[in-house]
Design a protein around this ligand. Structure first.
Ligand code: AMP
Ligand code: MG
Length: 267
């Protein structure tokens, strides 16, 4: 991969430097198939040890523009993992109760426990994205949030949660294509929302908000990854690869066998 994927902490991201159609050394879907399959299998094995050991938690944060592929990534990359050790939380427009608390209240409740993989389909980053673009709170409030988010994620990391954040980067052209598919394909109609089309008008403001979030909140303890996502197969390859590398880096082990296992007789 020659296009940088991981955002080096302290650098300023310009999304125009990142090609959403990038596919590295891979020519097409067929060329990546074996590697994706290998990664998905490896993920299943690693999750089993994560769960058995019960020492670390993994938090995966997925952010993207509408039709950016968050749902597809969860489906294709995580499809073999044991549902008992995995929890997906989709963050929607906050409820009245959620709005009556600070923005991290609902987030903290959904973080994974030790042994578990938590997947955030949207996240606390919406509070510096949609909230900023639509001025849902005054600028003075959302501007403080980058630092608060870094501290919050540092707390989680310090207490045993490994955090990996993915921005699935699609082009405006690819979004149009996917919206059109949603309109035309009866099996995809349910995914179409006129609100998404309205959000598209704010594309540039969103890109600016994403650039700030990626620049200010990629840290050693919770790095951001910019995933070229116009090609779904390449997106799946990158995400699965990063997750395998992250879990391998945790040096996971099954708990030691019972010392007297040999002496136990089962009647
Ligand atoms: P979807 O992911 O298509 O189900 O849509 C969820 C919607 O909830 C998106 O339009 C998000 O922008 C919106 N949303 C998520 N979190 C927040 C938030 N904290 N404040 C306002 N809107 C949000
Ligand atoms: Mg949507």
């Amino acid at each position: 991969m020659t296009q940088p994927i991981c955002v080096t902490p302290g650098t300023t991201v310009s999304l125009t430097d990142h090609d959403p159609g990038y596919t590295g050394d891979y020519e097409d879907k067929a060329a990546a198939k074996a590697d994706v399959k290998h990664n998905v299998k490896k993920l299943q094995e690693l999750q089993q040890v994560l769960w058995a050991e019960g020492k670390h938690a993994l938090l995966i944060v997925l952010q993207a523009m509408d039709a950016g592929g968050k749902d597809g990534t969860i489906k294709h990359v995580m499809h073999g993992v044991n549902p008992q050790g995995c929890r997906v939380t989709s963050f929607k427009v906050p409820s009245a109760l959620e709005l009556a608390h600070d923005y991290l209240w609902r987030i903290h409740q959904a973080t994974p426990q030790r042994g578990q993989i938590g997947i955030f389909n949207r996240s606390h980053y919406e509070d510096v994205l949609v909230v900023r673009v639509h001025e849902l709170v005054p600028a003075g409030i959302w501007q403080q949030r980058y630092e608060q988010i870094n501290h919050f994620e540092e707390l989680l990391a310090g207490e045993g949660t490994t955090i990996v954040k993915f921005f699935l980067h699609i082009s405006k052209k690819e979004q149009k294509k996917r919206f059109q598919e949603r309109l035309q394909d009866p099996k995809k109609n349910w995914k179409f929302s006129i609100k998404d089309v309205q959000e598209r008008d704010h594309w540039d403001a969103y890109m600016q908000a994403y650039e700030d979030a990626l620049s200010k909140c990629s840290t050693a303890w919770a790095p951001w990854h910019i995933v070229p996502a116009d090609h779904k197969w390449y997106r799946n390859l990158v995400v699965s690869q990063v997750l395998v590398e992250t879990l391998e880096g945790l040096d996971l082990h099954y708990p030691p066998p019972l010392p007297d296992a040999g002496q136990i007789t089962i009647a």
